[in-house]
Design a protein around this ligand. Structure first.
Ligand code: HEM
Length: 506
């Protein structure tokens, strides 16, 4: 005979057994209701699925159109949009300043942790703020504008090679040139010179050598996607089985970085080496205090520079040409400024940084490019520190993730004017005070303690090569009505800048 208690336990188990198939859906529904309606973020609007699962953000990122989708989401839902159960995207440039300012305690999220190298994070992927600060102090030295200026002759040397290649296309009027691809090759070879005192061979061969550009693009696709749910990295790349899968070994850039490291050994002789490139400076930083900047850091930072600096600089130069060539009056005004400067000697044969600063219209076109098409198309995300925080008058709990995106921020009409969707360099020239204010709210290089470390190099390179190109050649879009195709899972990768080129008469 069963006692009453035994009977009740058995009945409970049999009911549970009978309805066990409901356990998972009911639990999921409870989690969804809690996230959707009982979270501190519930008051912020956004797509339903975004509020209940991060899979929605994974889906959004997989579309490769964050630079288009995020502004559209803000148009639909307003200045604060809930884009994941624990994450909001903010449209206000003032909020972005607060979020990205140094010393406010907002720190990088585990999104960055997915980016390689997992064993030895570089400046970009290091999410422990104090370790990041330590590494960045060492790396800031070789990235200063003064240090970059020392390397200017090697940028000039790469420009010469670039022009030699372009000259090969100027004879036949009906031959189109993929200017976007050549700008990409140029950006890579400059980085090779700056980091390792050697070109990677992109310009020389005129192709994506060993598909290095594609490899970086594929790796960005993985990082950008998996970074939305970083735990997934344990299923894939951090899964020990992954390393057993057949692979082709290190790619071109990694091989060159490794062999250059080897060539510089023993590091103690570095002072005697004839070229003080980025790698040499990083090695010196390591020798000063190996406990704060290890040999692993030397490799990670030098190698990471190529990944962080190539697509970003190429994308910016492509966007510049795209907008300028699409607007005949803007192109004509720019050509006239450059021609006058060349005739009067304001710019010399090899355009110098200081000379390019004397070209107001060129500078306005560049700023307008940074505004309209920032090279990072994915959100920049930070986590709220312990104790919570208030941004732009709204309180957020500790651990909440806050995202901002240049493609959204740079379209704020209160800062940039009603015509934010128009490429209009004049907005930077109309009123000096207004231009200063707009500049405070440009985030194309990020901001605060994580501001782009390579910005001096990128600006130097761009300020040298673009005026020089405009002086030497006339470009015409091959398909003036076509848009550039662009996709992003971090940087905006673009294709379709096909042009006709003619050499200008001396
Ligand atoms: C026009 C060209 C470039 C643009 C628009 C650009 C943009 C950016 C942005 C927006 C960030 C912040 C990302 C974030 O916080 O998630 C960043 C960070 C970074 N960039 Fe650049 N970048 C450019 C060129 C370069 C170059 C040439 C290098 C190196 C040679 C470089 C190396 C880095 C590194 C290492 C970081 C991480 C900084 C940190 O977290 O402290 N970038 N860049």
């Amino acid at each position: 005979m069963l006692t009453n208690t035994e009977f009740s336990i058995r009945s409970a188990f049999s009911i549970l057994y009978e309805y066990c198939y409901l356990i998972i859906p009911v639990s999921l529904a409870c989690i969804a209701v809690k996230r959707r309606y009982l979270s501190l973020l519930s008051k912020h609007p956004g797509p339903f699925w975004a509020s209940v699962t991060r899979l929605w953000k994974l889906y959004l990122t997989s579309r490769g159109r964050s630079h288009i989708d995020l502004p559209a989401l803000h148009d639909k839902y307003g200045p604060i949009v809930r884009i994941a159960p624990n994450e909001v995207s903010l449209a206000s440039p003032e909020a972005a300043r607060q979020l990205l300012s140094a010393g406010k305690g907002f720190h990088k999220t585990s999104f960055y942790w997915v980016f390689p190298p997992p064993s030895n994070p570089d400046i970009f992927t290091e999410i422990r703020e104090h370790v990041h600060a330590q590494k960045k102090r060492v790396a800031n030295v070789p990235y200063s504008m003064a240090a970059m200026q020392q390397l200017a002759p090697f940028i000039e040397d790469t420009i010469d090679m670039f022009f030699e290649k372009l000259d090969g296309f100027t004879h036949a009027n009906d031959t189109t040139v993929d200017l976007g691809a050549w700008l990409h090759y140029f950006a890579f070879d400059v980085l090779g010179e700056v980091a390792f005192s050697r070109k990677f061979g992109f310009l020389e061969q005129g192709v994506d050598v060993e598909k290095a550009i594609k490899t970086i693009d594929d790796s960005q696709w993985y990082n950008g996607l998996i970074g939305q749910i970083p735990e997934l990295d344990y299923v894939f790349r951090r899964n020990p089985i992954w390393s057993l899968l057949p692979n082709t070994g290190p790619g071109l850039i990694t091989r060159i970085a490794l062999s250059e490291m080897d060539k510089r050994k023993p590091f103690e002789n570095i002072e005697k080496s004839d070229r003080q490139d980025l790698l040499a400076s990083l090695i010196k930083g390591h020798l000063k205090d190996p406990s704060k900047f290890s040999t692993g850091d030397v490799f990670a930072v030098a190698h990471g520079a190529i990944f962080a600096g190539s697509d970003s600089t190429a994308s910016t130069m492509q966007s510049f040409f795209y907008h300028v060539l699409k607007n005949a009056p803007i192109y004509a005004k720019l050509q006239s400024e450059i021609e006058t400067a060349a005739r009067s000697g304001t710019i010399s044969a090899k355009v110098q940084w200081s000379e390019a600063q004397q070209l107001p219209y060129f500078q306005a076109c560049l700023k307008e490019t940074f505004r309209m098409r920032p090279a990072v198309g994915l959100n920049i995300t930070r986590a709220v520190p312990v104790g919570g925080a208030e941004i732009d008058g709204v309180k957020y709990a500790a651990g909440t993730e806050i995202a901002v995106n240049g493609w959204v921020l740079h379209r704020d009409k209160t800062i940039f004017g009603d015509d934010v969707d128009v490429f209009r360099p004049e907005r930077w020239l109309d009123d000096k005070e207004n231009a200063k204010n707009m500049e405070r709210y440009l985030f194309h290089f990020g901001g605060g303690s994580h501001v782009c470390i390579g910005r001096n190099l990128a600006l130097l390179e761009i300020n040298k090569v673009l005026p020089h190109l405009l002086r030497e050649y006339t470009f015409k879009l091959a398909r003036p009505d076509a848009e550039l195709t662009a996709h992003t899972t971090f940087f905006v990768v673009q294709e379709g800048l096909d042009v006709y080129i003619t050499r200008n008469k001396a």
